[in-house]
Design a protein around this ligand. Structure first.
Ligand SMILES: [Ca+2]
Ligand SMILES: [Ca+2]
Length: 125
């Protein structure tokens, strides 16, 4: 009985150390960050513009901020076109300003992929 309890404690300790090491490696000074913006090549679509430091963006999940829950809009590639209607997330009953942010998968120089939240773009899409 004691033996299994100790084994569990050791496993928990190992997991705890692993998390600590991961946090240490991606500390504030080295953390990747991404700036989100949209270009409008035509009236019906927008192009996703991502400017990331600390790594290369590989994909982005877009979300619309809607209290109390964020609405998932879909997974996209950097530079991909998105329909205007998708980004116009507050369109009923009033067409209000829309709030879009992204969660980006960024590949760091050492090959590690981290998840980075972008700024929020407030615009009438
Ligand atoms: Ca909203
Ligand atoms: Ca809107």
């Amino acid at each position: 009985m004691h033996r299994s309890t100790n084994r569990f404690a050791a496993a928990a300790l190992a997991v705890g150390c692993g998390l600590g090491a991961a946090v240490g490696l991606s500390g504030p000074a080295l953390a990747a960050s991404c700036q989100l913006d949209f270009a409008r090549p035509s009236t019906t679509v927008y192009r996703i513009l991502l400017n990331c430091t600390g790594g290369t963006p590989t994909s982005i999940s877009l979300y619309a901020e809607d209290f109390p829950f964020d609405q998932f809009l879909g997974n996209f590639l950097p530079g991909q076109l998105v329909d205007q209607g998708t980004l116009n997330e507050d369109d009923f009953p009033f067409n209000r300003e829309d709030e879009i942010h992204g969660q980006v998968a960024v590949r760091e120089a050492n090959g590690t992929v981290v998840s980075v939240r972008t700024n929020t773009v407030n615009r009438n899409f």
